[in-house]
Write a protein that binds this ligand. Structure first.
Ligand SMILES: Cc1cc2nc3c(=O)[nH]c(=O)nc-3n(C[C@H](O)[C@H](O)[C@H](O)COP(=O)(O)OP(=O)(O)OC[C@H]3O[C@@H](n4cnc5c(N)ncnc54)[C@H](O)[C@@H]3O)c2cc1C
Length: 430
């Protein structure tokens, strides 16, 4: 057992978890001159998975960090985001992503998640962040003027601030809040394949396409300059609904997508079948800051992925925290400790409400996507009536990240499903 201090001495901030949330936060705080140490449980830094959509509220931050050009060189800027009915393939609504970039000032990008993670890893290295592996954090505690973590090997590390960015199954969340994850009974299959494998599948290579259908949806977009093609197949697992342990298996995948349109049907055999991701979130909570321990990213607000904002929110969290630290540090008298508590209170005051909105909307969005029968037709009528250039549904999320609650934009007004009369002209349905 090693109980001694680590060679680099006491950091200003310990970040637990080296995922996209942890690394981006470590980088943001190090830009403010703080000495940051990241403790990651895995033997190496890396990301498993396939593509990630990052909206303008994230690319705006990448730009400020000086990382947008690198991200652009590795990612793809799609032309449109198109939503189609998964059964008959009919277009329901679209975002013109070139116009969206004009509106918000920054692009909508898709990027391999390991590429985005590697961008932050390199940025952290350049900034002198101390990146440690094989560091399994098992406990958190507040101390006088700071907080400490206990590692599985018995070591204790302390700092004025501990950021718990340890993901959906966060130990900090368990210790501080004690709530449980919520199963949606939906499961995701992913596949990032060479474009060659899908070129005859009638895919829209320059778009993000989302096929929405009864108890299923299917997402497609190009990756890595169009050399690769990303697919995500999501469905409700009958075994999960029946309370079986072994749910979301490949036989369920095939059955769930039976009867889908041709493009979707052709995409299903390409999905990776050796791993799948069961979809969990948590109920929103109001308290993320406990003394000098702050929850961040999925540890604070794991969403269902339907808004494609989970990683984006984590990156925003780190940006907001660093901005508030900069503010209190600038206000601190020479030689005095900055008002960390003030910075943490400001972080919590603005991020809790925003992330609650995303988590709640993601759940509602998932329900809308997966409707069947008459409700499916009502949804299609409402979506079909939306003007491509109506940004009323995106301004609250894609605009600049708020630093204070009064900067948070108003939410959109949901359109009741039963306000759509199926069969009426689409333009009258909204
Ligand atoms: C199918 C799917 C599609 C998605 N698509 C999008 C999308 O398009 N856009 C988007 O923005 N988001 C998307 N998301 C959500 C996004 O992936 C997550 O919200 C995001 O990765 C969360 O990052 P994080 O750093 O908070 O947590 P994680 O990525 O889970 O990282 C947590 C880190 O902490 C480490 N750790 C855990 N416990 C400990 C411990 N005890 N000690 C030390 N280290 C520990 C882990 O090893 C890990 O490295 C999607 C999610 C899914 C499942």
């Amino acid at each position: 057992m090693n109980n001694g201090p680590t060679p680099a001495g006491r950091p200003d901030v310990i970040v637990v978890g080296g995922g996209i949330g942890g690394l981006s936060t470590a980088f943001a705080l190090s830009r403010q001159g703080l000495k940051v140490r990241v403790l990651e449980q895995a033997p190496e830094y890396g990301e498993v998975g396939a593509g990630l959509q990052i909206a303008p509220n994230c690319t705006r931050i990448l730009d400020e960090y000086g990382l947008l050009d690198e991200a652009k060189s590795l990612g793809v800027l799609p032309e449109n985001m198109v939503m189609r009915d998964a059964l008959d393939s009919r277009e329901l609504t679209r975002l013109d992503l070139r116009d969206l970039e004009r509106r918000y000032g920054f692009p909508y990008m898709v990027i391999h998640r390991s590429d985005l993670h590697a961008i932050f890893l390199r940025a952290c290295r350049r900034a002198g962040v101390e990146l440690l592996n094989d560091q399994v954090v098992v406990g958190y505690e507040n101390t006088d003027g700071g907080a400490q973590v206990t590692l599985a090997d018995g070591r204790v590390e302390s700092a004025p601030l501990v950021v718990a960015a340890d993901g959906l199954k966060s130990v900090a969340r368990r210790d501080l809040i004690g709530d449980d994850v919520v199963s949606s009974s939906y499961v995701a299959y992913r596949a990032a394949v060479p474009f060659e494998q899908v070129k005859d599948n009638n895919v829209a290579e320059k778009d993000v396409t989302v096929f929405v259908g009864p108890r299923r949806h299917f997402v497609q977009y190009g990756l890595r300059g169009g050399e690769m093609f990303n697919q995500v197949a999501v469905f409700e697992s009958p075994k999960a609904l029946a309370g079986e342990e072994d749910w979301g298996t490949p036989d369920e995948l095939d059955a769930a997508f039976e009867g889908s349109c041709e493009t979707v049907t052709k995409g299903i055999p390409l999905m990776w079948r050796d791993r799948w991701w069961r979809m969990f979130d948590r109920d929103p909570i109001e308290t993320w800051v406990h003394g000098r321990i702050a929850l961040l990213g999925d540890a604070a607000h794991p969403p269902l992925q339907y808004m494609a904002q989970g990683a984006v929110m984590a990156i925003e969290d780190g940006w907001v925290l660093a901005k508030h630290y900069a503010r209190v540090a600038a206000a601190a008298p020479q030689g005095a400790e900055p008002d960390w508590d003030g910075a943490l209170a400001a972080y919590e005051a603005v991020r809790v409400e925003h992330c609650d909105r995303i988590q709640t909307t993601a759940r509602a969005w998932g329900k809308l996507w997966h409707l069947d029968g008459e409700e499916r037709l009502q949804r299609n009528a409402i979506l079909g009536a939306r003007d491509t250039y109506d940004y009323g549904f995106t301004d609250w999320v894609y605009g600049p990240t708020a630093l204070t609650p009064d900067e948070e934009p108003a939410m959109f007004e949901p359109i009741p499903l039963d306000s759509a009369v199926v069969g009426e002209p689409l333009s009258d349905a909204a």
